[in-house]
Design a binder for this molecule. Structure first.
Ligand code: PEP
Ligand code: MN
Length: 349
């Protein structure tokens, strides 16, 4: 249950409400919601009488939470959370487009694709410096050198950087450079990593696990929220099914389902969801039509030579066409594309 304190509640009143709840065996965590103190109350014995709480001085409202997640729920916040991604508001009317290669492979590859997607209206650059690969023999990423390349790409283009941390040891280093840290599908239930991501001062893009239900996904987000980081962007990236025409199956219906359950922004990765270049743009448009707040798309200047996921990377020209289509589609849906970065200094030599 959630206990919302009045704006004028005194420290003593708040302490008394907490003591009263704890006296009934509850675990109480204090947080703020729209500038008001809010008590997240768990562990009240079934049938425990919480009725008197609503009448305590300083208590404005008692809200029963019928979901296993609390902070991620619409009960906690009916209003959409707007995540500040390096100054860009994500989760409002503006649509976010993060584009770039699967992996940072070299300076020139990354800077070239960054310039192209920035020119065509992307606001963010994706690219793994640390790569979770199914095979230990596959390219594992450039690590720290890759992060430096991403930082240079931001300097040159103004694009916000989204890149993955695969474990707790990488988190601080990645968070230093990234505007948002990605937690990949394979790590969606890496609970120590989720808790640690709750302690960084950067937004987290949380991919949906490939066999995660909506509840699993929101509980994973809850770990990050509960650890103190309110800036979580959910990213649907397809789930494993029996389909053999695509790498995964893009679960479009989870977009409105998630938006109904949570106040967090929901974006879609049509690249990992399909695994096939020919399907990516159509699914990107479909995701926006279904209510997604943005896209995370793989774009590569020379996919035939890509070190990872070349088959699903769209070409810069295809990305340009997609952005033109989205610019037409967005207003029909009451949305618009977020502004592309203003600063676009000279291209890399
Ligand atoms: C990625 O975005 O490069 C990636 C590895 O995604 P996922 O975790 O969704 O497979
Ligand atoms: Mn990839």
């Amino acid at each position: 249950m959630l206990v919302l304190l009045a704006r004028h509640a005194t420290d003593i009143e708040i302490a008394q409400a907490i003591a009263s709840l704890e006296g009934r065996g509850a675990l109480v965590q204090s947080t703020t919601q729209g500038g008001q103190t809010c008590l997240v109350v768990t562990g009240l014995a079934p049938g425990a009488d919480a009725s008197g709480i609503g009448a305590m001085p300083g208590v404005e409202q008692v809200l029963p939470v019928t979901r296993p997640y609390i902070l991620a729920s619409r009960t906690f916040s009916a209003d959409n959370t707007i995540v500040d991604l390096g100054g860009l508001p994500v989760g409002g009317e503006g649509l976010l487009v993060i584009a770039g290669p699967c992996a940072v492979e070299s300076r020139s590859q990354t800077l070239t694709v960054a310039q192209a997607v920035a020119r065509d209206g992307a606001q963010g650059l994706r690219g793994g410096a640390y790569k979770p690969r199914t095979s230990p023999y596959s390219f594992q990423g450039l690590g720290s050198e890759g992060l430096e390349i991403l930082a240079e790409a931001r300097e040159r283009t103004g694009l916000k950087i989204v890149t993955e941390a695969m474990d707790i040891d990488q988190l601080a280093e990645v968070a230093l450079i990234a505007d948002a840290v990605q937690i990949g599908a394979r790590n969606m239930q890496n609970f120590p990593l989720l808790k640690a991501a709750g302690e960084i001062g950067k937004p987290v893009v949380l991919k949906r696990g490939m066999s995660a239900t909506l509840t699993d996904w929101l509980l994973a987000a809850e770990y990050i929220l509960d650890a103190g980081n309110p800036n979580v962007i959910l990213c649907e990236r397809g789930i494993r099914t029996f389909a053999d025409h695509s790498r995964n199956t893009l679960d479009l219906s989870i977009i409105p389902a998630a938006k109904a359950e949570t106040h967090l922004p929901v974006i879609v990765d049509p690249s990992h969801a399909t695994g096939r270049r020919a399907l990516v743009s159509a699914m990107a448009r479909a995701a926006i039509a279904a209510g997604a707040d943005g896209l995370l798309i793989e774009v590569h200047g020379n996919p035939g030579e890509a070190q990872s996921d070349g088959e699903q990377a769209i070409l810069p020209g295809e990305f340009r066409t997609l952005m033109q289509e989205l610019a037409v589609l967005a207003p029909i849906l009451g949305r618009h594309l977020l502004p592309a970065p203003i600063a676009q200094p000279a291209p890399a030599e």
